[in-house]
Design a protein around this ligand. Sequence first.
Ligand SMILES: [Zn+2]
Length: 323
Amino acid sequence: MIKHIHLIALLIPCSLLLPTSSFAQQPKKLKTIIIDAGHGGNDYGAVGQYEHSLRSNEKDVTLAISQQLVIELRKQLPEVNTIPTRTSDIYQSPKEKANIANENKGDLFICIHADSGPLKTGRRKIGTRTVTRYKVTYKGKGRRKKKISKPYTVVEPVYECFKLPLTRSGTSVWIFAAHKTSDKLKAIMQEEGQTESEYEIEAGSDSSYNSFDFNSPEGRAIAQIYAKRYQEKSDRLATMVNEAIEPTNRAALGVNQRQKGIWVLQATNMPAILIETGFINNPEDEEYLNSENGQKEIAKAITNAVIRYKSQLEQARSNVQAN
Ligand SMILES: [Zn+2]
Protein backbone atom coordinates (compact mmCIF):
# COMPACT_ATOMS: atom_id res chain seq x y z
CA MET A 1 0.00 0.00 0.00
CA ILE A 2 1.70 3.11 -1.10
CA LYS A 3 0.16 6.15 0.41
CA HIS A 4 2.85 8.47 -0.58
CA ILE A 5 2.20 8.77 -4.21
CA HIS A 6 4.48 10.81 -6.33
CA LEU A 7 4.11 12.26 -9.57
CA ILE A 8 6.33 12.30 -12.45
CA ALA A 9 4.90 14.18 -15.15
CA LEU A 10 5.47 14.52 -18.72
CA LEU A 11 3.02 17.10 -19.82
CA ILE A 12 4.22 17.92 -23.25
CA PRO A 13 5.35 21.50 -23.54
CA CYS A 14 4.16 23.46 -26.54
CA SER A 15 7.67 23.63 -27.90
CA LEU A 16 7.52 19.89 -28.49
CA LEU A 17 4.46 19.89 -30.59
CA LEU A 18 6.25 20.02 -33.85
CA PRO A 19 4.87 18.69 -37.07
CA THR A 20 6.32 15.31 -37.98
CA SER A 21 8.39 16.89 -40.73
CA SER A 22 10.61 18.56 -38.18
CA PHE A 23 11.66 15.36 -36.44
CA ALA A 24 15.39 15.84 -36.57
CA GLN A 25 17.43 12.79 -37.40
CA GLN A 26 19.84 13.59 -34.62
CA PRO A 27 20.41 10.85 -32.09
CA LYS A 28 21.15 12.27 -28.70
CA LYS A 29 24.08 11.99 -26.39
CA LEU A 30 23.64 11.98 -22.66
CA LYS A 31 25.01 15.40 -21.78
CA THR A 32 22.97 16.69 -18.87
CA ILE A 33 21.37 14.94 -15.91
CA ILE A 34 19.05 16.71 -13.50
CA ILE A 35 18.92 15.32 -9.97
CA ASP A 36 15.91 16.38 -7.95
CA ALA A 37 15.96 16.04 -4.18
CA GLY A 38 12.26 15.58 -3.46
CA HIS A 39 10.36 18.02 -1.21
CA GLY A 40 12.22 20.68 0.83
CA GLY A 41 11.53 23.69 3.03
CA ASN A 42 7.99 23.63 4.40
CA ASP A 43 7.28 20.50 2.42
CA TYR A 44 8.68 17.79 4.70
CA GLY A 45 7.48 14.80 2.71
CA ALA A 46 7.11 11.63 4.76
CA VAL A 47 8.16 11.77 8.43
CA GLY A 48 9.34 8.91 10.66
CA GLN A 49 6.46 8.34 13.07
CA TYR A 50 6.63 4.84 14.45
CA GLU A 51 7.75 4.23 18.02
CA HIS A 52 11.52 4.73 18.43
CA SER A 53 11.70 6.20 14.95
CA LEU A 54 14.60 8.51 14.17
CA ARG A 55 11.86 11.06 13.36
CA SER A 56 13.63 11.76 10.14
CA ASN A 57 12.14 13.91 7.41
CA GLU A 58 11.98 12.75 3.84
CA LYS A 59 13.19 16.16 2.61
CA ASP A 60 16.49 15.73 4.51
CA VAL A 61 17.02 12.15 3.37
CA THR A 62 16.33 13.05 -0.27
CA LEU A 63 18.78 15.95 -0.08
CA ALA A 64 21.52 13.80 1.47
CA ILE A 65 21.11 11.01 -1.08
CA SER A 66 20.91 13.49 -3.95
CA GLN A 67 24.13 15.15 -2.84
CA GLN A 68 25.88 11.78 -2.76
CA LEU A 69 24.42 10.99 -6.16
CA VAL A 70 25.66 14.25 -7.64
CA ILE A 71 29.15 13.58 -6.23
CA GLU A 72 29.17 10.04 -7.61
CA LEU A 73 27.87 10.99 -11.06
CA ARG A 74 30.39 13.82 -11.37
CA LYS A 75 33.15 11.42 -10.37
CA GLN A 76 32.11 8.55 -12.66
CA LEU A 77 30.85 10.65 -15.57
CA PRO A 78 32.92 13.85 -15.53
CA GLU A 79 31.94 14.58 -19.14
CA VAL A 80 28.27 14.80 -18.15
CA ASN A 81 26.82 17.95 -16.64
CA THR A 82 25.05 16.87 -13.45
CA ILE A 83 22.74 19.53 -12.05
CA PRO A 84 20.88 19.33 -8.73
CA THR A 85 17.54 21.14 -8.43
CA ARG A 86 18.42 22.08 -4.86
CA THR A 87 21.47 21.89 -2.60
CA SER A 88 19.85 23.19 0.57
CA ASP A 89 16.61 22.98 2.52
CA ILE A 90 14.45 25.16 0.31
CA TYR A 91 10.92 24.71 -1.04
CA GLN A 92 10.47 24.44 -4.79
CA SER A 93 7.16 23.84 -6.50
CA PRO A 94 7.06 20.91 -8.94
CA LYS A 95 6.82 23.52 -11.68
CA GLU A 96 10.04 25.20 -10.53
CA LYS A 97 11.78 21.84 -10.46
CA ALA A 98 10.60 21.06 -13.99
CA ASN A 99 11.70 24.49 -15.18
CA ILE A 100 15.21 23.88 -13.87
CA ALA A 101 15.27 20.59 -15.76
CA ASN A 102 13.95 22.10 -19.00
CA GLU A 103 15.99 25.30 -18.91
CA ASN A 104 19.16 23.27 -18.45
CA LYS A 105 18.13 21.02 -21.35
CA GLY A 106 18.33 17.88 -19.27
CA ASP A 107 18.59 14.51 -20.98
CA LEU A 108 17.45 12.72 -17.83
CA PHE A 109 15.39 13.76 -14.83
CA ILE A 110 15.93 11.66 -11.72
CA CYS A 111 13.75 12.38 -8.69
CA ILE A 112 14.85 11.09 -5.30
CA HIS A 113 12.15 10.35 -2.75
CA ALA A 114 11.43 8.10 0.23
CA ASP A 115 8.28 6.12 0.72
CA SER A 116 5.82 5.72 3.54
CA GLY A 117 2.47 4.16 4.21
CA PRO A 118 -0.32 4.07 6.79
CA LEU A 119 0.88 2.99 10.23
CA LYS A 120 -1.11 0.71 12.51
CA THR A 121 -1.61 1.76 16.11
CA GLY A 122 -0.76 -0.69 18.87
CA ARG A 123 -1.85 -0.61 22.56
CA ARG A 124 -0.09 -2.09 25.55
CA LYS A 125 -0.43 -2.15 29.35
CA ILE A 126 2.17 0.00 31.03
CA GLY A 127 0.99 -0.28 34.66
CA THR A 128 -1.97 0.09 36.93
CA ARG A 129 -3.63 2.88 38.79
CA THR A 130 -5.97 3.05 41.76
CA VAL A 131 -9.20 4.80 41.01
CA THR A 132 -11.86 5.93 43.44
CA ARG A 133 -15.38 5.19 42.33
CA TYR A 134 -18.72 5.68 44.03
CA LYS A 135 -21.50 3.32 44.58
CA VAL A 136 -24.75 5.26 44.55
CA THR A 137 -27.72 4.08 46.55
CA TYR A 138 -30.95 5.71 47.59
CA LYS A 139 -32.53 5.65 50.97
CA GLY A 140 -36.08 6.49 51.79
CA LYS A 141 -39.02 7.24 49.56
CA GLY A 142 -40.71 10.15 47.91
CA ARG A 143 -39.64 13.59 49.14
CA ARG A 144 -37.46 12.05 51.76
CA LYS A 145 -35.49 10.03 49.23
CA LYS A 146 -31.78 10.52 49.82
CA LYS A 147 -28.84 9.80 47.57
CA ILE A 148 -25.93 8.08 49.22
CA SER A 149 -22.52 7.83 47.50
CA LYS A 150 -20.19 5.32 48.99
CA PRO A 151 -16.57 5.48 47.81
CA TYR A 152 -14.58 2.41 46.91
CA THR A 153 -11.31 1.89 45.11
CA VAL A 154 -10.43 -0.26 42.14
CA VAL A 155 -7.12 -1.03 40.50
CA GLU A 156 -7.29 -0.74 36.73
CA PRO A 157 -4.72 -1.20 33.97
CA VAL A 158 -3.13 1.76 32.22
CA TYR A 159 -2.53 1.47 28.48
CA GLU A 160 -0.54 3.48 26.04
CA CYS A 161 -0.84 3.68 22.30
CA PHE A 162 2.05 3.55 19.93
CA LYS A 163 2.59 3.50 16.18
CA LEU A 164 3.79 0.24 14.73
CA PRO A 165 6.53 0.45 12.13
CA LEU A 166 5.90 -0.59 8.55
CA THR A 167 7.02 -4.08 7.70
CA ARG A 168 7.37 -3.19 4.03
CA SER A 169 10.85 -2.11 2.95
CA GLY A 170 12.89 -1.66 -0.17
CA THR A 171 13.38 0.55 -3.20
CA SER A 172 10.86 1.06 -5.99
CA VAL A 173 11.11 3.03 -9.21
CA TRP A 174 8.25 4.94 -10.80
CA ILE A 175 7.68 6.19 -14.29
CA PHE A 176 4.90 8.13 -15.90
CA ALA A 177 2.93 6.03 -18.33
CA ALA A 178 1.31 7.54 -21.34
CA HIS A 179 -2.27 6.82 -22.17
CA LYS A 180 -3.03 3.56 -23.81
CA THR A 181 -1.49 3.54 -27.21
CA SER A 182 -4.13 4.05 -29.84
CA ASP A 183 -4.22 2.16 -33.10
CA LYS A 184 -3.76 5.39 -34.92
CA LEU A 185 -0.67 6.18 -32.93
CA LYS A 186 0.73 2.72 -33.59
CA ALA A 187 0.15 3.29 -37.28
CA ILE A 188 1.95 6.63 -37.22
CA MET A 189 4.89 5.13 -35.39
CA GLN A 190 5.15 2.18 -37.71
CA GLU A 191 4.96 4.44 -40.70
CA GLU A 192 7.85 6.40 -39.36
CA GLY A 193 9.71 3.25 -38.40
CA GLN A 194 10.90 5.01 -35.28
CA THR A 195 9.36 2.89 -32.59
CA GLU A 196 12.69 1.77 -31.23
CA SER A 197 14.85 4.53 -32.59
CA GLU A 198 16.95 6.94 -30.68
CA TYR A 199 15.86 9.90 -32.73
CA GLU A 200 14.85 12.97 -30.88
CA ILE A 201 13.09 16.07 -31.90
CA GLU A 202 15.16 19.18 -31.67
CA ALA A 203 12.79 21.19 -29.64
CA GLY A 204 12.43 24.74 -30.83
CA SER A 205 14.21 24.14 -34.10
CA ASP A 206 11.05 24.96 -36.02
CA SER A 207 9.03 28.04 -35.30
CA SER A 208 5.91 26.55 -36.85
CA TYR A 209 5.03 24.89 -33.56
CA ASN A 210 3.48 28.16 -32.49
CA SER A 211 0.60 27.58 -34.82
CA PHE A 212 0.38 23.91 -34.04
CA ASP A 213 -2.93 22.79 -32.62
CA PHE A 214 -2.46 20.65 -29.55
CA ASN A 215 -6.10 19.58 -29.67
CA SER A 216 -6.02 18.37 -33.22
CA PRO A 217 -5.88 14.59 -33.70
CA GLU A 218 -2.42 14.99 -35.18
CA GLY A 219 -1.31 17.13 -32.26
CA ARG A 220 -2.49 14.57 -29.77
CA ALA A 221 -0.82 11.80 -31.70
CA ILE A 222 2.50 13.63 -31.78
CA ALA A 223 2.21 14.37 -28.07
CA GLN A 224 1.60 10.70 -27.48
CA ILE A 225 4.55 9.70 -29.60
CA TYR A 226 6.61 11.85 -27.32
CA ALA A 227 5.20 10.38 -24.18
CA LYS A 228 5.72 6.95 -25.65
CA ARG A 229 9.28 7.71 -26.62
CA TYR A 230 10.17 9.09 -23.23
CA GLN A 231 8.25 6.33 -21.59
CA GLU A 232 10.44 3.72 -23.25
CA LYS A 233 13.62 5.45 -22.18
CA SER A 234 12.27 6.12 -18.72
CA ASP A 235 11.29 2.48 -18.43
CA ARG A 236 14.72 1.37 -19.60
CA LEU A 237 16.51 3.49 -17.00
CA ALA A 238 14.01 2.54 -14.29
CA THR A 239 14.60 -1.15 -14.99
CA MET A 240 18.35 -0.60 -14.82
CA VAL A 241 18.03 1.21 -11.49
CA ASN A 242 15.92 -1.62 -10.13
CA GLU A 243 18.52 -4.13 -11.29
CA ALA A 244 21.31 -2.06 -9.74
CA ILE A 245 19.50 -2.11 -6.37
CA GLU A 246 19.30 -5.93 -6.37
CA PRO A 247 22.95 -6.60 -5.48
CA THR A 248 22.74 -4.25 -2.48
CA ASN A 249 20.82 -6.93 -0.51
CA ARG A 250 17.82 -4.71 -0.05
CA ALA A 251 14.48 -5.41 -1.66
CA ALA A 252 14.24 -4.16 -5.23
CA LEU A 253 10.49 -3.70 -5.56
CA GLY A 254 10.42 -3.21 -9.29
CA VAL A 255 9.27 -0.61 -11.78
CA ASN A 256 5.80 0.84 -11.46
CA GLN A 257 3.72 2.89 -13.86
CA ARG A 258 0.86 5.27 -13.48
CA GLN A 259 -1.46 6.18 -16.29
CA LYS A 260 -4.23 8.20 -14.78
CA GLY A 261 -4.08 11.92 -14.37
CA ILE A 262 -3.73 11.65 -10.62
CA TRP A 263 -0.28 13.02 -11.11
CA VAL A 264 0.53 16.61 -10.53
CA LEU A 265 1.63 17.17 -14.04
CA GLN A 266 4.74 19.11 -14.71
CA ALA A 267 6.58 19.51 -17.88
CA THR A 268 9.82 17.68 -18.11
CA ASN A 269 10.98 17.47 -21.66
CA MET A 270 13.14 14.38 -21.14
CA PRO A 271 12.94 10.82 -19.85
CA ALA A 272 12.14 10.92 -16.14
CA ILE A 273 12.13 8.47 -13.27
CA LEU A 274 11.26 8.77 -9.61
CA ILE A 275 13.04 6.58 -7.09
CA GLU A 276 11.38 5.77 -3.79
CA THR A 277 14.68 4.94 -2.14
CA GLY A 278 13.19 3.24 0.92
CA PHE A 279 10.42 3.39 3.51
CA ILE A 280 10.99 6.07 6.09
CA ASN A 281 8.62 4.29 8.51
CA ASN A 282 10.44 0.99 8.33
CA PRO A 283 13.19 0.87 11.00
CA GLU A 284 15.86 -0.82 8.86
CA ASP A 285 15.12 1.41 5.90
CA GLU A 286 14.99 4.57 8.01
CA GLU A 287 18.36 3.83 9.51
CA TYR A 288 19.78 2.93 6.11
CA LEU A 289 18.45 6.08 4.46
CA ASN A 290 19.96 8.21 7.23
CA SER A 291 23.34 6.51 7.19
CA GLU A 292 26.17 7.76 5.06
CA ASN A 293 26.86 4.19 3.96
CA GLY A 294 23.27 3.73 2.86
CA GLN A 295 23.19 7.06 1.06
CA LYS A 296 26.43 6.26 -0.75
CA GLU A 297 25.30 2.76 -1.65
CA ILE A 298 22.07 4.01 -3.22
CA ALA A 299 23.99 6.78 -5.03
CA LYS A 300 26.43 4.23 -6.45
CA ALA A 301 23.64 1.88 -7.54
CA ILE A 302 21.82 4.68 -9.37
CA THR A 303 25.10 5.84 -10.93
CA ASN A 304 25.79 2.31 -12.19
CA ALA A 305 22.37 2.26 -13.81
CA VAL A 306 22.97 5.67 -15.43
CA ILE A 307 26.34 4.51 -16.78
CA ARG A 308 24.64 1.45 -18.31
CA TYR A 309 21.86 3.57 -19.75
CA LYS A 310 24.34 6.06 -21.19
CA SER A 311 26.49 3.44 -22.88
CA GLN A 312 23.40 1.78 -24.38
CA LEU A 313 22.13 5.12 -25.63
CA GLU A 314 25.44 6.05 -27.17
CA GLN A 315 25.95 2.56 -28.56
CA ALA A 316 22.64 2.95 -30.40
CA ARG A 317 23.86 6.34 -31.55
CA SER A 318 27.09 5.02 -33.04
CA ASN A 319 25.13 2.21 -34.74
CA VAL A 320 22.95 4.82 -36.38
CA GLN A 321 26.00 6.78 -37.50
CA ALA A 322 27.64 3.66 -38.87
CA ASN A 323 24.64 2.95 -41.08
ZN1 LIG B 1 8.28 12.12 -1.57
